[in-house]
Design a protein around this ligand. Structure first.
Ligand code: NAD
Length: 489
């Protein structure tokens, strides 16, 4: 049985209750984890609160050393962590390995920043005073993580939080805690002080909720659904906790008449079906200029047909199962509603057949056309392997349709014309626009949504700012006061 880690110790729930973690490809139990109560979570927060004084005064270079060492250990154990993740989450082993590799880069990026943190000296109106702006850690931060990228979305939070001098309580999704626990164990092997980084497991409505209401938690870093994010923000408002919210998306991809269609077709296939379509940054609405739509589809559809669905551990699988039966049902309902309203399925649109698929949550990669805009697939977030494709007459039409969404996370435009690219990048309402390349978030660039896709940033130097408070200090009496100077004259 896997355990939580609180104060550097492996612990169970006081009640002794556990939750089962099941493999989405086979339905088999992978392991169990403690089912924490609110009291268990309170204890973890108290431990993190206690550790704050020591960690916040630990020299930044030492914090960086531990983060770097943790990254090295993750790299050493990459295959094992990726295997655990594939078993609990369902994604292919290759996808898990990419994700685990990304967290090492994230740790290296923020470790490098530890010794670069600076404040400011500010001259003031009075000659005998000056101001300082110092950057201070916030305190105990809660990291609440979803199931689609269980280790990278945790790491995006813990690396900047720890480098800034905060302590952390992580709550992974109830169905994907195992790889995250392994990473937290490696931090302790890397020499992290007990209590600085804790991980608790339990249902969102109980364990997560305690993190929202606990007054000792000073910041909540949340990634998950927009609906849950709104609740997090409301609860945080009660005692003015800091929040960053990374929420749902419905990213548009626009392919213009002068685009490199081979590159765009490959990007659309990877961008929609990576992680079985369960990604916040994913091509969820594809807009093709009318004049190239047929040629594009001739290149794109065979790529989708070739994607081999299977158990994530099988080397030839290109896409795994959906994470839960409920998630598959939601995609099936969205596809059915679109078809009922007149959409046509060009590829997929059903479960794969065969004994090997009988016990898993498998669904074929699906492409649809003629999808009415009032369907859930277009209006809400389609969090699975189904893609509606639309024809547009020009760039203005494409941008108008792209912006007709409550979300604003990622987006991409494909064109060789710099003027079109500039126009799209400026007008698309999103936190990120890729021009002629794939939706990949960089450590160096701030990432976060506009509209209902979120609030605040992760990644980049901005990501670190969200774990720091700017404090102003006024220093007086360091020079003779002006009146003393006059008397002396
Ligand atoms: P979710 O909102 O159901 O759960 C996210 C986390 O919140 C889980 O750990 C869950 O246990 C916890 N939680 C649930 N109820 C809670 C409560 N009342 N109090 C505190 N915590 C609670 O989301 P999900 O289904 O796990 O993840 C999929 C969603 O995440 C999608 O909408 C996806 O777009 C979004 N997402 C966004 C980003 C981004 O960076 N913008 C990245 C990945 C996923």
């Amino acid at each position: 049985m896997a355990q939580m880690i609180v104060g550097g110790e492996h612990v169970g729930a006081r009640s002794g209750e556990v939750m089962e973690i099941r493999n989405p490809a086979t339905g088999e139990i992978v392991d169990t984890v403690p089912k924490a109560s609110a009291e268990d979570v309170r204890q973890a927060v108290d431990v993190a609160h206690e550790a704050f004084r020591k960690w916040s005064t630990t020299p930044p270079a030492k914090r960086a050393e531990i983060l770097t060492k943790a990254g090295e250990l993750v790299r050493e154990h990459l295959k094992d962590i990726a295997t655990i993740e594939t078993q609990e989450q369902g994604k292919t082993l290759r996808e898990s390995q990419i994700e685990v590799g990304r967290i090492v880069e994230n740790f290296e990026y923020y470790a490098g920043m530890a010794t670069k943190l600076r404040g400011e000296y500010v001259p003031l109106a009075e000659r005998d005073k000056y101001g300082l702006v110092v950057k201070q850690p916030i305190g105990v931060c809660a990291a609440i993580v979803p199931w689609n990228f269980p280790v990278s979305l945790m790491s995006n939070k813990i690396a900047p939080a720890l480098i800034a001098g905060n302590t952390v309580v992580v709550k992974p999704a109830s169905t994907t805690p195992l790889a995250a626990i392994r990473v937290v164990e490696l931090f302790h092997e890397a020499g992290l002080l007990p209590g600085v980084l804790n991980i608790i497991t339990g249902p969102g409505g109980v364990a997560g909720e305690e993190l929202l209401v606990n007054p000792r938690v000073r910041k909540i870093a949340f990634t998950g659904e927009t609906g849950t994010g709104k609740h997090v923000m409301e609860m945080a408002a009660r005692d003015i906790k800091r929040v960053t919210l990374e929420l749902g998306g419905s990213d548009p991809m626009i392919v213009c008449d002068d685009a490199d269609l081979d590159a765009a077709a490959s990007a659309a296939s990877v961008g929609r079906f990576f992680n079985c379509g369960q990604a916040c940054l994913a091509v969820k609405r594809l807009y093709l200029f009318d004049s190239i739509a047929d040629t594009f589809m001739e290149k794109f559809l065979p790529k989708v047909e070739r994607l081999k669905v299977g158990n994530g551990m099988a080397p030839d699988s290109r896409t795994g199962p959906l994470h839960t039966a409920k998630q598959r049902q939601e995609i099936e309902e969205m596809v059915q509603e679109a078809v009922d309203k007149g959409a046509k399925v060009l590829v997929g649109g059903k479960r794969p057949e065969g004994e090997e698929y009988a016990k898993g949550n498998f669904y074929l990669p699906t492409v649809l056309v003629d999808v009415p805009t009032d369907t859930r697939m277009v209006q809400e977030e389609c969090f699975g392997p189904a893609l509606p494709v639309f024809r547009v007459k020009d760039l203005d039409d494409a941008i108008t349709q792209a912006n007709n969404s409550k979300y604003g996370l990622g987006s991409s435009v494909w064109t060789r014309d710099i003027a079109k690219a500039q126009e799209a990048a400026e007008r698309i309402e999103a936190g990120y626009t890729w021009i002629n390349n794939l939706h990949v978030a960089y450590d160096e660039l701030p990432f976060g949504g506009v509209k209902e896709s979120g609030y605040g940033k992760e990644h980049g130097m901005e990501g670190l700012d969200y774990y720091l408070e700017s404090k102003s200090i006024v220093v007086a009496g360091t020079r003779p006061s002006p009146s003393a100077e006059r008397k002396a004259e």
